[in-house]
Design a protein around this ligand. Structure first.
Ligand SMILES: N[C@@H](CCC(=O)N[C@@H](CS)C(=O)NCC(=O)O)C(=O)O
Length: 260
């Protein structure tokens, strides 16, 4: 039986964090959702709604906050479990406990494991060091979310802010990898899993419509030339991304970047 149910738009690199960890440490994670959550009822028992149910007068109708536009349909029970009203949204098997923020969902998976394979460190200090990297990645993730959402209205100032956040995080990871084979020490942890998914998602700024939006404004993607600045970090990203357990969830998600 799944120890965690995750409701999210799909595909979503933030969900892959939990799935990769679950695959490594033998924890079953149930994932529900699709590419159009605007037509879903956001709930522990999330489901696509009939068009006739999706009315402004619905008791579940809420104004979207970030990453979505217009009306979303969230139950009171969903908002009780998820006070920020965001996805990915995880639930305990009975639906009573909501876990939000993809890094916290990632931690929840590993905590549920009988043998976590060292993914959350071997002692409290090491676990806290891993948390430190996850917190630093959340700052990057939040900046990246704003940056990618605002892409068509990009300004040099906004891009500069993103570049600063990217530089800060990548510099820390680069330094860490000059001391150890993995980000938080000598073995794979959830800090590495979060790194692959968060940086992989950010790098989309250099692909397709995002690249076009930037170049239309005379701006170059931040990721262009970044491999030379952070060689250890990008080698780590590429190596992990090629491992079966990452490939299983990421597929060819990173290929375009390293093929370029
Ligand atoms: N830092 C959060 C980001 C979650 C988030 O902001 N989700 C947005 C979509 S990208 C959301 O659910 N928005 C709901 C709304 O607009 O009401 C995480 O990693 O889980």
């Amino acid at each position: 039986m799944a120890v965690l149910r995750i409701f999210s738009y799909l595909p979503n690199p933030r969900v892959w964090k939990a799935q990769i960890a679950g695959d490594i440490c033998g924890v079953e994670v149930d994932v529900v959702g699709d590419g159009n959550l605007g037509s879903w009822l956001w709930d522990f028992d999330a489901r696509p709604m009939e068009e006739s149910e999706r009315e402004a007068s619905s008791p579940h109708a809420r104004t979207s906050r970030r990453g979505f536009s217009g009306t979303l349909f969230k139950t009171d029970a969903f908002l009780k479990a998820h006070p920020f009203g965001t996805v990915p949204a995880a639930f305990s098997p009975d639906g009573q406990v909501g876990v939000f923020e993809s890094n916290s969902i990632l931690r929840a998976v590993v905590r549920a494991a009988e043998d976590d394979q060292g993914l959350y460190g071997r002692d409290g200090y090491h676990a806290s060091r891993i948390d430190s990297f996850l917190d630093a990645a959340l700052v990057l993730g939040r900046e990246a979310q704003v940056y990618l959402l605002i892409m068509t209205d990009m300004t040099p100032g906004l891009q500069e802010r993103m570049a600063g956040a990217f530089e800060f995080y990548m510099n820390g990871v680069e330094n860490a990898l000059s001391q150890s084979d993995f980000i938080a020490g000598d073995e794979l942890t959830i800090a590495d899993i979060g790194f692959v998914c968060d940086v992989g998602q950010f790098l989309r700024e250099g692909k397709g419509r995002f690249r076009t939006a930037l170049t239309d404004k005379g701006l170059a993607p931040i990721g262009d030339g970044a491999v030379a600045a952070y060689p250890r970090a990008f080698a780590h990203l590429e190596t992990l991304g090629q491992q079966d357990v990452f490939q299983h969830r990421l597929g060819n998600y990173l290929d375009w970047f390293f093929a370029a």
